[in-house]
Design a protein around this ligand. Structure first.
Ligand code: FAD
Length: 482
């Protein structure tokens, strides 16, 4: 009697790791034959919006490093990772045929574009697809139904999560996998860095740290920052920092690409609490992971609405959208050092602190009166930790049209400078020539000390923005009454 062994194709998307891997839950590693594939979808990465490719060089480099390492990890486990460039709805049916695979497994993503791709794939491979629920930090049986009832306000969700829900446990990694035998001629696919426009040496010495993609580096960073560096115990006090590798975890590039699992990070904080100390800071990292979870569920709930100008809150602001002002914001030449330094850090390294992101997002949508989605798209191009849910969710929130749209959320840049960079060290780090004649807070307002005028005055432009926002919110409320 011949026993036929089933053959499964695992489609890796944003979980570029072998630890805590949801895809391994849908196979029987001892018996089933498996091969994995990762697909670079040109619509997601190469497509240009207003002349800018969706994925810039820093983000592409980190992503490709992560994929290369995933291939090595899967090979160590006994299978391989095929690499393709193309649209998944074309690539996957073809691969299923050439591998004689019986089944395709993938993890659903919360994003509306990603879900549309999933539907097209399912339409092409009818009846042989096992879609797994989106990966969550919390124990949630059915994330889609849970998202339908998600509170609009984060603090409500947090209370619900902390009172009634558990953090899910990380999944075990199989000791080995049985790979589908591939002939030597079978095209495994390679990544040609040069064709993709990536210069491998393009890391900037001014960066907060060197970010290298892949799960080993992600796990290493988690261990080094939490345990060896002992930074977790002061995280709440340091997390608004701007310079250096220690002020915050810097886990985001690995988390966003799925090289590091949020469940594992949460577990590591609990181990740390047991071994060293449990305090507000150690709790605060889990609190931030809950923000991440909230935005993922929020995107699942709102779908394409999150990408509309009026956002999920439906506040239809109109913007002046001056293209020259947008260029100045992007290139870090607004004349306001705190904004410019952050924007230059972003372009040079693909990373920016959370404090910086909040300041520049507020400045674009409020002071410059520019559609927040232009900024979100630039971030999408640049950020090595780009994640649709966190990026668009935070941008909509900052613009006052997203989750929790309470009141006007404009940041006073000078107040931010006094609180977070009173000696002007951060701005001097990124704008050394422009600020060489200034010291301390004077570095934040060179126009008051003989320097050139900025493109807008921070206080006045913020006041105008407040008036515009209040008018739009009143109009929205009046319309809702009728
Ligand atoms: C306009 C704007 C755009 C953003 N875009 C992204 C993005 O594309 N990808 C992304 O991962 N984060 C984004 N963030 C959230 C946040 O700025 C980054 O997660 C954080 O700066 C990453 O640094 P860290 O890992 O050191 O964070 P830590 O302070 O160490 O936090 C630990 C982890 O918690 C999560 N987290 C923290 N704050 C948030 C938040 N506000 N929303 C969602 N998750 C959070 C991240 O996964 C982060 O790695 C954005 C914030 C703003 C204001």
């Amino acid at each position: 009697m011949t026993i036929t062994t089933s053959r499964t194709l695992l489609w890796f998307r944003r979980q570029l790791r072998t630890h805590d891997q949801p895809l391994f839950e849908c196979i029987d590693p001892g018996h089933e034959l498996v091969t994995a594939v990762w697909i670079l979808d040109p619509r997601e990465h190469f497509a240009e919006i207003d002349g800018v490719a969706r994925t810039g060089a820093h983000r592409m480099r980190f992503l490709l490093e992560s994929v290369a390492e995933l291939r090595a990890s899967l090979q160590r486990l006994g299978t391989d990772l095929l690499i393709r460039i193309g649209e998944p709805e074309d690539v996957l049916p073809e691969l299923m045929t050439s591998l004689e695979a019986d089944r395709l497994c993938f993890v659903q993503e919360p994003g509306s574009e990603e879900r549309a791709t999933e539907r097209r794939v399912m339409d092409r491979i009818i009846g042989r697809v096992t879609p797994l629920a989106p990966d969550t930090l919390l124990e949630i049986d059915d994330p889609a139904s849970f998202a339908d009832d998600l509170p609009e306000v984060f603090s409500k969700f947090r209370r619900q999560a902390e009172k009634k829900m558990e953090h899910a446990r990380s999944r075990p990694t199989p000791n080995g996998l049985r790979g589908i035998a591939l002939s030597p001629e079978f095209d495994r696919g390679e990544i040609d860095w040069k064709t993709l426009g990536i210069d491998e040496s393009s890391t900037d010495p001014r960066a907060v740290m060197s970010f290298v993609g892949g799960e080993l580096r992600g796990l290493e960073r988690a261990h080094d920052w939490i345990h060896d560096g002992d930074h977790l115990k002061r995280y709440k006090e340091t997390r608004n920092g701007l310079l250096g590798e220690a002020y915050s975890s810097k886990f985001s590039p690995w988390l966003a690409n799925g090289c590091l699992s949020s469940r594992v990070v949460s577990e590591e904080t609990l181990i740390y609490e047991e071994k060293r100390v449990a305090n507000e800071s150690t709790y605060w990292l889990r609190f931030e992971l809950l923000w991440r979870e909230f935005f993922r569920l929020h995107l699942l709930k709102h779908g394409t609405t999150l990408f509309h100008r009026a956002g999920p809150a439906g506040i239809a602001l109109t913007y002046r959208n001056d293209p020259d002002h947008f260029e100045s914001w992007k290139s870090g030449t607004t004349g306001i050092p705190f904004v410019d330094a952050n924007m230059r850090e972003l372009s040079a390294t693909g990373f920016m602190s959370n404090r910086g992101r909040q300041i520049v997002a507020s400045f674009l949508s409020k002071n410059l009166d520019i559609d927040w989605r232009w900024g979100a798209r630039w971030f999408e191009h640049c950020l090595i930790d780009y994640c649709p849910a966190a990026n668009w969710g935070n941008w909509a929130y900052a613009a006052g049209v997203g989750a929790d749209p309470r009141g006007f959320r404009g940041f006073d840049v000078m107040k931010q400078a006094r609180n977070y960079d009173p000696k002007g060290e951060y701005v001097a780090h990124w704008l050394p020539e422009e600020l060489s004649n200034h010291r301390g807070m004077a570095r934040h307002m060179p126009w008051k000390h003989g320097g050139p005028q900025p493109i807008v005055m921070p206080e006045e432009s913020l006041d105008h923005a407040r008036t515009r926002w209040e008018r739009a919110a009143t109009r929205r409320d009046e319309q809702r009454m009728f």
